[in-house]
Design a binder for this molecule. Structure first.
Ligand SMILES: [Zn+2]
Length: 85
């Protein structure tokens, strides 16, 4: 996937200007994520089910651990997720 470079406007759609090299105003990435999950999946449970996770299916925590441990090209994704916990 090719991600376009930040263009100075918050990608959540609020119209605010972001800092240099930033896609979002602080916290607006979480808003965009939650809104999209709610609109497309009805919530996190629906998101998990749609992607084969949940009871009797794949375990998302275990899958995350495998992905994190094997992925050397996604350190930013891990750091971002961990920093927001
Ligand atoms: Zn925004």
């Amino acid at each position: 996937m090719v991600t376009p470079l930040p263009d100075g406007e918050c990608w959540c759609g609020c119209g605010a200007q972001t800092g240099l090299g930033k896609y979002f105003k602080p916290g607006h990435d979480r808003f965009a994520e939650a809104a999209l999950v709610k609109m497309r999946y009805g919530g996190v449970t629906g998101l998990l089910i749609a992607h084969g996770f949940g009871p009797g299916q794949e375990n998302v925590s275990e899958a995350w651990g495998r992905w994190r441990d094997s992925s050397d090209d996604n350190p930013d994704a891990f750091g971002e997720a961990a920093a927001q916990r």
